[in-house]
Design a protein around this ligand. Structure first.
Ligand code: DAH
Length: 335
């Protein structure tokens, strides 16, 4: 019959085995299997409790105390190891998922405005400062606004210059921004002082200086008492602002059905050999003013049509108009 000493011995032995098993366990599952082996309902610590009933009554109290102490200590130790292992797992995860909020974010390349847009806005800003408004018109335009109202009847040979992409029998992709002049004058009483930037289309074969799609900036000033001298003054002011000092400007005769007289404007960069045409211009033909219901006896005006690509090419030294449409980032990034 087992006695108190046997229980003591058992307790000591199980404690040692428990201690070494627990210290050998090095992860969550290891600790769990030690817990099952020693602390489950039929585990190795529960077994010695079975002998309690066979002990002398005087020894039962002490034996029970020893066994409970063993059980409590083992439960405490396993609990601590489980907590420590969970904490270690969590710390390892935190360490791995560590987020340095002071780290610079991934740099996203920022886009920027297209060089033509930059130049267009620059030109708009110059004329806005001079007191002009910005007007726009449709890119699909009627023959009436494109031609008739600009003093170009159906059989006029000047149509050949602007014959372009027809959308229907009477509408076409506009070859110039001049029709906006008519639309504005029709809907606004004088005086008129506007510029109209916009896309234009022509049946031109593409090469270094021609593109079937291009941009113009139209200008129109109608008021009492305007003369060619005012046009010249406005243009001189504009070229000085846009290009800087030292550019020379030259007027020469030309023909447009909607202006009389008509001129061509050339400019020359400082030190350059060649004069470059930048626009057609002139005094608005009285027939055009009359057509929109203005009184040509009282009012006069001037207008011009400026090539936007040409201005950007001159300003930045670009020698091929196709660069604007080719979407080549090596080109675009320079602006
Ligand atoms: N519309 C003409 C063209 O595209 C340019 C032009 C000439 C516009 C004289 C004007 C002007 O306003 O007065 O060739």
């Amino acid at each position: 019959m087992p006695g108190l000493d046997d229980v003591r011995e058992d307790v000591e032995r199980v404690r040692r085995e428990f201690d070494s098993a627990l210290s050998a366990a090095n992860d969550g599952p290891g600790i769990e299997s030690v817990r099952v082996e020693f602390l489950s309902r039929k585990g190795r610590i529960a077994q010695p409790f079975k002998v309690l009933g066979g002990l002398a009554p005087d020894d039962r109290g002490e034996a029970g105390r020893l066994l409970n102490e063993l059980k409590d200590r083992a439960e405490g130790d396993v609990g601590k190891r489980i907590a420590a292992s969970a904490a270690a797992t969590r710390n390892a995860r935190l360490e791995q998922e560590r987020l340095d909020v002071t780290m610079p974010g991934p740099a996203r390349p920022l886009g920027h405005l297209h060089p033509l847009t930059v130049v267009q806005r620059e030109i708009e800003a110059i004329f806005l400062r001079m007191g002009f408004d910005v007007a726009t018109g449709p890119e699909i335009e009627t023959e009436y606004y494109n031609f008739e109202a600009l003093n170009i009847p159906a059989d006029h040979p000047a149509r050949a210059d602007w014959d372009t992409f027809y959308v229907s029998d009477t509408t076409l992709l506009r070859p110039h921004t001049s029709p906006v002049q008519i639309r504005v004058m029709e809907s606004t009483p004088p005086p008129i002082r506007i510029i109209c930037p916009g896309r234009c289309y022509r049946r031109d074969a593409q090469d270094a200086t021609h593109s079937p799609v291009f941009h113009q900036i139209e200008l129109l000033w109608v008021e009492e008492g305007l003369s060619l001298a005012h046009l010249k003054y406005v243009l001189e002011l504009f070229t000085r602002e846009f290009f800087g000092p030292g550019y020379e400007m030259r007027f020469s005769g030309d023909f447009f059905p909607f202006t009389e007289p008509s001129v061509q404007v050339h400019i020359k960069a400082p030190g350059a050999e060649r004069w470059l045409e930048i626009m057609g211009a002139g005094m608005v033909d009285p027939a055009v003013l009359e057509g929109v219901g203005y009184d040509p006896e009282r009012l006069s005006g001037f207008a011009f049509g400026l090539g936007l690509e040409r201005m950007a090419m001159l300003k930045y030294g670009i020698d091929d108009i196709r660069a604007f449409l080719s979407n080549d980032l090596r080109f675009l990034r320079q602006f």
